[in-house]
Every structure is written in structure tokens, then in C-alpha cells.
Design a protein around this ligand. Structure first.
Ligand code: KG4
Ligand code: ZN
Length: 331
């Protein structure tokens, strides 16, 4: 029985897992950031401090498990906001020390990939994963649960940032990704065309798209100040369509290059309806197997930390109490 804690950004989450099966996954979202148009690190740390004890309590209660039954304590060690990570890591270390149980430090990006091992139907190794979140865009080869290799990543903005920054330009509140998704459903995805970047190999870039959207909007709004309000659904649909195209083109290239036929998506942006549909279509057309985590395991959650901790537990990959949280972490 493992307890896992996730506190890398603006969600405080705790999960209990038994032999790789998730018994609970409780998430407290922080609403304090909404009015600032982005996550305010200091406010996130404070909210984690307030949330962590009740969140862990609820996760244990929902799983019907007491502290004495735990065999290990896992936490997100990196990457993320340092103050936010420190709250989860200090809590986990204290608990591991008090209970005299192993401590398991988990890499947030590995956890997003391994969220695909939570459901009954799992990909077989080696599999590919396109991890798309607010902070990262990566194509990863998973040779086994503890051997992941990044074969492509963004050179600038992450896919989630591309969604959120575009949404901000459209006057939508943070985080704008889910709202773009919502409005895109009623819009025409080919109405507006935005330049797609020409980046070598399997890497991505989204900063050019951001600039191209900005200049386009500035020009149109100058001619008609109601341009955005009048075309919101088509704008959202077209922006979403462009981002998905950029992502899936590279993902297809990765699958063809590696010859791997089990493909997953993960991370907050994998909650996007258009991406999920486009990804499944691409896999069907090429006779690849597609895997998408349930919505609650796409955005930040502790269940993905728990499943990763389970695979580390199996190979006794424990951390000393001297382990420290780290804002950045390279693979
Ligand atoms: O994985 P995540 O919860 O946190 C990070 O580790 O970054 O990802 C958050 C990102 C945000 O940029 C948010 O706008 C985006 O995921 N996101 C979406 C959707 N749901 C969340 N983007 C597009 N469509 C969605 N439905
Ligand atoms: Zn994340």
C-alpha cells in the first residue's frame, strides 16, 4: 500500500494505491490564481500548506486505509514550482520518517507517461507517449516503466502554454486551454490559417504560432473592434486545429521512425477533445493501438505519482531522507 503526494504546481493531490491499483485520488484545485491570469508561485505554496493535511486525510479515508498500513510514501520531487514542491516533499519526508517507511521520489514527467499504466487495458513495452502539459511537450519512448527516453521536445513554449497564451489573447481567463476546447466545438477549424513551424527532427516550437496569432488579432481588431467576440468559436477552433496538427505530425513521424505501434498521450492537454479525436483517428488509420488516460489522470493528479511509485517500489528504487525537491530536472 503506497501513499503518493503531488504538489508541483497549483493542485494539491493525494492518492493511495495497492499493488498497482488506484484506491483513491483526491485533488484540491486552487482557485486563488484565477484573477491573476496565471499561477502565482507564492500563493500556490501557501495553498498547498493549507491543503496538504486534509487532502491526505481524504485520500486515506476514501481508500479505507490507515497510516499504519502504508508500505511507502511517494512524492513529486521535480520538476515544478520550488515552493510548491517543497511542501509536498517535506510532508512526505516527515511522514516516511515518522512511520519508518521507504520514501519514493517521483519525476512528474515520468508520472504523466505512466498514467497510461493505470487502466486495465495497458500499452505493451516499448510504447510511445506524447506528453503535453502546461510546462512540457515531449515525445518519450518507454522501454519499461523505469526506462524512459525523451526523443523530441519543445524548444520554447509548451503545448499547454500555446493554448493558454492564445486564450489570453482572446480575452479568456486562465487556464484557457479547457475554454478554447469548449468554444472550438462550435467553430470552423479551417476558417483561419496560422503558420506552422518548420522544426527539424522530432522537436516542437510554439513561439512562432503565438506571434502569428498576436499579429493576426492586432490587425483584425484594428479594423473591427468586435472581431474577437464575433468570431470566438472559429478562432478557438482554428487555433486548436493548428496546435493539434503540429503535435500529431511530429507524433506520427516518431511512430514511423521508431516502428513502435503502441501510442499513448498524457498530460493536461491530452484532456483536449480535438486532440483525443485526432490522435485516435491517426492511430486507426495506421493500425496503431491508441491509449488515453481517463480525464482525471490527464491533468495533474497523485494517482500517476502512485502508479510510478509502485513501479519504483517493485525494483526498490527508494530515496534517502536527504533527497531534495528540484524545480528543474533533466532526464
Ligand atoms: O498536466 P497539467 O495539469 O499541469 C502541468 O503539469 O502543466 O497541464 C495543464 C495544462 C494547462 O495549460 C491547461 O490549459 C491545459 O493543460 N489543458 C487543456 C485542456 N485541459 C487542460 N488544454 C486544452 N484543452 C483542454 N481540454
Ligand atoms: Zn503535469
Amino acid at each position: 500500500m503506497l501513499l503518493a503526494i503531488e504538489s508541483s504546481c497549483d493542485d494539491t493531490s493525494a492518492s493511495v494505491c495497492k499493488n498497482g491499483k488506484i484506491l483513491s485520488n483526491f485533488i484540491a484545485n486552487q482557485t486563488v490564481h484565477e484573477k491573476y491570469g496565471g499561477v502565482v508561485p507564492e500563493l500556490a505554496s501557501r495553498a498547498h500548506m493549507q491543503n496538504i493535511v486534509p487532502v491526505v486525510d481524504v485520500a486515506l479515508q476514501q481508500a479505507g486505509v490507515s497510516l499504519s498500513e502504508l508500505d511507502g510514501i511517494a512524492f513529486t520531487q521535480s520538476p515544478g514550482l520550488i515552493g510548491a514542491l517543497l511542501v509536498g516533499s517535506q510532508f512526505a519526508k516527515s511522514l516516511a520518517l515518522a512511520l519508518d517507511k521507504p520514501l519514493i521520489a517521483v519525476h512528474h514527467m515520468q508520472a504523466h507517461v505512466l498514467a497510461n499504466l493505470i487502466p486495465e487495458r495497458k500499452p505493451s513495452f516499448p510504447f510511445l507517449c506524447l506528453t503535453v502539459s502546461g510546462g512540457h511537450t515531449q515525445i518519450v519512448v518507454a522501454n519499461n516503466a523505469n526506462d524512459l527516453k525523451v526523443i523530441g521536445e519543445t524548444l520554447d513554449d509548451a503545448a499547454g502554454e500555446a493554448f493558454d497564451k492564445s486564450a489570453k489573447m482572446l480575452g479568456l481567463p486562465y487556464p484557457g486551454g479547457p475554454l478554447v476546447d469548449k468554444y472550438a466545438k462550435d467553430g470552423n477549424p479551417t476558417r483561419f490559417k496560422f503558420a506552422e513551424p518548420q522544426i527539424a527532427d522530432l522537436d516542437f516550437s510554439f513561439s512562432g504560432l503565438k506571434t502569428s496569432i498576436l499579429y493576426f488579432l492586432q490587425k483584425e481588431v484594428k479594423a473591427n473592434e468586435h472581431f474577437i467576440q464575433g468570431n470566438l468559436t472559429d478562432l478557438c477552433a482554428s487555433i486548436q486545429y493548428t496546435i493539434i496538427n503540429i503535435l500529431l505530425k511530429k507524433y506520427k513521424k516518431a511512430a514511423l521512425q521508431t516502428g513502435i505501434t503502441d501510442l499513448c498521450i498524457a498530460g493536461g492537454v491530452s484532456a483536449n477533445t480535438g486532440l483525443r479525436k485526432g490522435f485516435e483517428k491517426m492511430c486507426n488509420q495506421n493500425e496503431w493501438q491508441s491509449f488515453i488516460p481517463a480525464f482525471e489522470y490527464c491533468t495533474d493528479n497523485a494517482a500517476m505519482i502512485a502508479i510510478t511509485a509502485y513501479h519504483k517500489y517493485l525494483v526498490k528504487d527508494f530515496s534517502p531522507l536527504s533527497v531534495t525537491a528540484s524545480a528543474r530536472a533533466n532526464w
